[in-house]
Design a protein around this ligand. Structure first.
Ligand SMILES: O=C(O)C(=O)CO
Length: 327
């Protein structure tokens, strides 16, 4: 393809662990002329009218009013992942720019990770590994007792695509399922996984052995789980977060974990990420933390990239944008 046939796009990070991998770059280059943020900054005059799309890989580049003003022909921003809480959707839409995300690419691996965290916490996998590899360990199969999840009650807060996939998995583990969501799911969906709707969050919190957070971050869900909510949970319960760190009041969580208000937490997300090395959550024995691994599988990352390319190609051609996020 000739260079001038390419719709222009803007890509920020290439290479590195959090970047766009080499084979992904080759794939993108089949469709687009790629311009890095650095190249754009150094040559704004020439490039600003040419750029029609932003390829947003893990929150980069930062899209603010200045950037939007400097890209008069921008049509679409494709965001990797489902969460768009780092984007000011109203501002972007006021520039006539569309935003797309990749909800289907991330839902299975994120739901899998929720189950992995629940099982790891219940069966003390991380502690078990440390015991197994410790030079001081003399005997196995002693007192490292955990809990079984079958027959336990899982409360799912946020029954969107990811929450529902968690429910499907939990059903296979013979768990009882409660859920709380803005909108109740239809009867067929509920029956397929045996989920019971809790219009009141407190009923879910009081009745669950494991509580998993799979809500979007919004002003309504910011610090949804604070001191009051933690105190409603069973002292034997575990909190699992696969949504966003800000959904939990972390100071309240630290207190709850230190004082036996709840038993344990398993967190794929924190605020900030990573936590400062002296943060209390990193030093509590009853906490497992993973570094935001929800969508971190090679299958998901490739699918994300493919979905983003599809959204950009449609957006720059004025066609309906697949996976458009509406304000
Ligand atoms: O898709 C996202 O936004 C995620 O954070 C997946 O973990």
């Amino acid at each position: 393809m000739e260079e001038n046939e390419h719709p222009y796009t803007l890509i920020n990070v290439i290479g590195g662990t959090n970047g766009v991998y080499e084979d992904h770059v080759e794939f993108l280059e089949k469709h687009f002329k790629l311009i890095t943020m650095k190249e754009f900054t150094e040559n704004k005059q020439d490039l600003s009218h040419k750029i029609k799309a932003i390829f947003m890989w893990f929150h980069k580049p930062v899209v603010d009013r200045d950037l939007l003003q400097s890209l008069p022909n921008l049509k679409v921003i494709a965001n990797c992942g489902v969460g768009v809480d780092h984007l000011d959707l109203k501002l972007i839409s006021s520039f006539g720019v569309k935003v797309a995300n990749t909800p289907f690419a991330v839902s299975n691996p994120t739901a899998d990770l929720g189950m992995a965290l629940m099982l790891a916490s219940a069966r003390r996998i991380v502690e078990g590994h440390q015991i197994a590899v410790s030079p001081d360990t003399k005997c196995f199969m002693a007192d490292w007792l955990g809990e079984e999840i079958n027959g336990a009650t899982l409360g799912i807060i946020g029954m969107g695509t990811i929450g529902y996939k968690v429910a499907q998995r939990a059903r296979a583990f013979e768990m009882n399922i409660l859920y709380h969501n803005r909108n109740r799911r239809n009867e067929a969906d509920e029956q397929a996984v045996g989920a019971v709707y809790c219009p009141k969050l407190e009923d879910l919190l009081q009745g669950s052995d494991f509580v998993i957070l799979s809500v979007n971050l919004s002003p309504q869900t910011q610090k949804l789980i604070g001191r009051k909510e933690l105190e409603l949970m069973k002292p034997t319960a575990t909190l699992i977060n696969i949504s966003r760190g800000q959904v939990v009041d972390q100071d309240a969580l630290v207190n709850a974990l230190k004082n036996g208000v709840i038993k344990a937490a398993a967190l794929d997300v924190t605020y900030p990420e990573p936590l400062p090395r002296d943060h209390a959550l990193l030093h509590l024995k009853n906490v497992i933390i993973t570094p935001h691994l929800g969508s971190a599988t090679s299958k998901a990352r490739h699918l994300m990239m493919r979905n983003m390319v599809e959204s950009i190609l449609a957006g720059v051609s004025g066609l309906p944008v697949p996976n458009e996020v509406h304000v």
